[in-house]
Design a protein around this ligand. Structure first.
Ligand code: NAD
Length: 497
């Protein structure tokens, strides 16, 4: 059986710790490979490689760094089907969705191809007598990204795309549940011309993460995963003096006003709630119809669609969703469904007993639709991260706006309406980081930035876009003059007069 090792100093290396974890095939339920779990010593080797590569890479002119990103984009496009298969086989998402995972990462690589322009500094001529002021954005050094299982292509590329393009050297610690795609991306970066040590991948668990947090040579950490761990990474990283951004879980709401185009709302909702088996941080696990009439209409149109979801093997091209990532996660989701029922929610559709013929040991679940969730219910407050949609009925617009605003998570939210004024007021008032207006999954494009609020995001700088350039660089500001005459001493703070 294959054991996925690490990618350090430009090549694949075996794990040396003797510790591994299982990599499942979620469609069959079998263990298909192992992932090596790095020790602190192995993490240190990756940092050695990245540290060695940093001075030359940082000194490489931005246009040349951009050319590596251009070439990388071309190679990933050529390898798209292979990368998608690696993702589907380990994650369980269907192939077209896996290609989307790669494409949304590639969008950030495209953005990073413009790094010579994005990394330009600012200049003020004659800020004082004979004085010019300029600023530059310099890379930080060795930096790291700790990524979740649910987007093994997109999220590593969000991070290293920008971090490497601005001149840092990078260590990715991907999820131990689907290690193959991040390793392949590192190989492709080398093929694209990145010098060895510029992008490293270390597989591992908490031990590797703690080693990165405690390693003084790692200057910044970007994290995406669940909120308790995001909070831990943020606090620990800060304790060790690092720059940290840490993105956490979510519970995104879709508000449906009585004047919405209901067919559109339902079509959008079913895809965003159940696509990728609900294992997306921008999924829509909560629907909020406003008014009893809207709720009844929504349910009458939604229920048959949930019952009719096409669930199939991850390698299928024409299913709506595949299996969940592991048996343990499937059980966790099933427990939340039971909790919701015990809390008094009505299971209009219960997907727990679903079995896919021929794949009875796979981690499949049918879609579940729960009505009458209340803001006090634990199953509503917490993230379920499965093919489960909860309906919270709101009496009016104000109540509907309060629900996502007061929820502990603030990643994404959507409103469906034909009323521009209501949508505008909602956008203005809602206490959530990314908002969709008649758009169910408002993941911003790569040249804008991604990031949630409250327990969905710790730190103050978003992923990719100009915010990404800011996160992965430090600013240096220079005040210069070239006097021809002798300067007197000044004991008063200079005021540029
Ligand atoms: P996770 O928190 O279990 O794991 C994320 C990373 O942290 C992995 O690399 C994992 O190996 C590591 N890790 C796990 N336990 C750790 C520990 N105790 N100490 C240190 N590191 C640890 O998350 P996951 O299950 O891989 O991903 C799903 C979660 O990620 C969901 O909560 C989802 O909402 C969230 N997510 C958020 C975003 C976002 O942008 N906000 C995007 C995608 C996923």
């Amino acid at each position: 059986m294959t054991t996925h090792g690490h990618f350090i100093g430009g090549k694949l290396v075996d794990g040396a710790s003797g510790r591994t974890s299982d990599v499942f095939n979620p469609t069959t339920g079998e263990v298909q490979a192992k992932a090596a779990l790095a020790s602190a010593a192995e993490v240190a080797r990756a940092v050695d490689a990245a540290e060695k590569a940093f001075p030359d890479w940082a000194a490489t002119n931005p246009q040349r760094r951009a050319r590596v990103m251009f070439k990388f984009k071309e190679l990933v496009e050529k390898d798209m089907d292979n990368l998608a298969k690696l993702i589907s086989a380990e994650h369980g998402k269907i192939l077209p969705d896996a290609r989307g995972d790669v494409q949304r990462g590639l969008d950030v690589i495209e953005f990073a191809c413009g790094i010579p322009h994005l990394q330009k500094g600012e200049y003020t001529e004659a800020a004082g007598p004979g004085i010019d002021v300029y600023s530059m954005r310099q890379p930080l050094g060795v930096v790291a990204g700790i990524t979740p299982f649910n987007f093994p292509a997109m999220i590593p590329m969000w991070m290293f795309g920008v971090a490497v393009a601005v001149g840092n050297t990078f260590i990715n610690k991907p999820s131990e549940r689907d290690p193959s795609c991040p390793l392949r991306l590192a190989e492709l970066m080398m093929e694209a011309g990145a010098p060895e040590g510029v992008l490293n991948v270390v597989n591992g668990d908490k031990e590797a993460v703690d080693a990165l947090l405690q390693e003084p040579r790692v200057k910044a950490i970007s994290f995406v995963g669940s909120s308790d761990i995001a909070n831990y990474i943020y606090a620990e990283g800060a304790r060790y003096g690092k720059r940290v951004q840490a993105f956490g879980g979510a519970k995104n709401h879709m508000i449906i006003l009585p004047d919405a185009d209901m067919e559109n709302a339902v079509n959008n909702l079913i895809g965003s709630a159940y696509g990728s088996a609900g294992e997306r941080c921008m999924a829509t696990p909560v629907a909020v119809p406003v008014g009893e009439g809207t709720a009844e209409e929504l349910i009458s149109m939604l229920k048959p669609k949930v019952e009719g979801l096409r669930i199939g093997p991850s390698m299928s091209e024409d299913s709506d969703l595949g299996p969940l990532v592991t048996a343990a996660h499937k059980e966790r989701v099933a427990n939340y469904i039971q909790m919701a029922i015990d809390e008094g929610q009505e299971a209009l559709v219960d997907g727990r007993e679903f079995k896919l013929q021929g794949y009875e040991d796979g981690f499949f679940m049918g879609g579940t639709l729960l009505d009458k969730a209340q803001p006090s219910h634990k199953s509503y407050i917490e993230e379920i991260f499965g093919p489960v949609l909860q309906i919270v009925r709101a009496k009016n617009f104000e109540e509907a706006t309060q629900l996502p605003s007061q929820h502990q998570y603030g990643n994404g939210v959507a409103i469906f309406t034909r009323n521009g004024a209501a949508a505008r007021e909602f956008v203005q008032k809602v206490n959530v980081g990314m908002v969709g207006v008649n758009v169910p999954i408002p993941v911003p494009v790569s040249y804008h930035t991604f990031g949630g609020w409250k327990r969905s995001g710790f730190g103050d700088t978003n992923q990719h876009g100009p915010e990404g350039v800011k996160f992965w660089t430090k600013i240096k500001t220079v005040t210069q003059r070239w006097p021809e005459d002798v300067q007197g001493s000044e004991f008063v703070i200079p005021t540029m007069e």
